[in-house]
Design a protein around this ligand. Structure first.
Ligand code: IPE
Length: 258
């Protein structure tokens, strides 16, 4: 099995509220079609989630009743994105079906409390491709919290032990310094725990309620324990995802427990 996350920075314009990048998503769907094994998919929320979630502090949980209207509307927006992603996938020939995170998972303190793999298993067993996503979810200690797509990637990796895990982002991989803040950054073909420790911490420029790049890489290192290969590829460069899911050499960073 191959587990793929379509990052919110690839399928949406993260700086413009609720802006879907349909052509990019349709191309990625066609690239996924050639995968050499069954797929499980996760997508981020991008500008359908982060901007409003940050504005109303939804990542901090229930603090005032006035947030609830925004919980409802962000959840609605994320579902709208999910529907658009499903359309693109189905048009590209992928038999995608949606499984919202809260249908299989309970949350406490913004972490997964319980995870039930059975729905993903059933859907996959009959030849369909499960698709889950970053969402606003009920939380046993905070009222509600944000479930990132990365959190679902970690649960699915633990439960299904995929051969390959691919994070499809808007960068070629991990660089020795932030490539968006100047020239001369070098792509790291492999990143292990020691390598991560030596990277300088940088913060995301756009609204992001699910943490820094550093935090994402920590989660990827944990995921790498459950698969043969865990990698980041640039989804904005045509053909990279296709090469990754068909097991070919590709420009990327492979995250390895070391
Ligand atoms: C965020 O999910 C979910 C919400 C803000 C509701 P992700 O953290 O996985 O989304 P991206 O990939 O960064 O956009």
């Amino acid at each position: 099995m191959i587990l793929v996350k379509l990052g919110g920075s690839v399928i949406t314009d993260k700086s413009k509220l609720r802006t879907f990048r349909r052509p990019a998503c349709e191309r990625l769907a066609r690239e996924l079609k050639v995968a050499s094994a069954d797929l499980m998919l996760v997508h981020g929320a991008g500008s359908f989630g982060h901007i409003e979630a940050k504005k109303h502090s939804l990542h901090k949980g229930l603090r005032s009743e006035s947030q609830l209207a925004h919980v409802a509307s962000v959840q609605r927006d994320v579902r709208e994105l999910n529907l658009k992603v499903l359309e693109a996938l189905i048009d590209g020939g992928i038999r995608a079906v949606s499984i919202p995170p809260a249908a299989a998972t309970t949350f406490r303190a913004a972490e997964v409390n319980t995870f039930d793999r059975s729905m993903f298993q059933k859907v996959s067993d009959i030849g369909l491709t499960p698709v889950t996503f970053g969402d606003v979810v009920p939380d046993e200690s905070m009222g509600f919290s944000i479930c990132s797509g990365d959190l679902m990637m970690a649960e699915l990796a633990k439960a299904f032990r995929p051969k390959t895990v691919v994070f499809c982002a808007d960068v070629d991989g991990v660089f020795d310094r932030d490539p968006k803040r100047g020239r001369g950054a070098k792509l790291l073909p492999v990143l292990d725990r020691a390598g991560l420790r030596s990277l300088r911490r940088t913060s995301a420029k756009s609204a992001d309620v699910t943490g820094s790049m550093h935090g994402k890489l920590e989660r990827m290192l944990a995921i790498a324990e459950h698969c043969e290969k865990c990698m980041i590829v640039n989804g904005n460069v045509p053909g990279r995802l296709e090469r990754a899911v068909s097991g070919k050499e590709v420009v990327s960073t492979v995250v390895s427990p070391g």
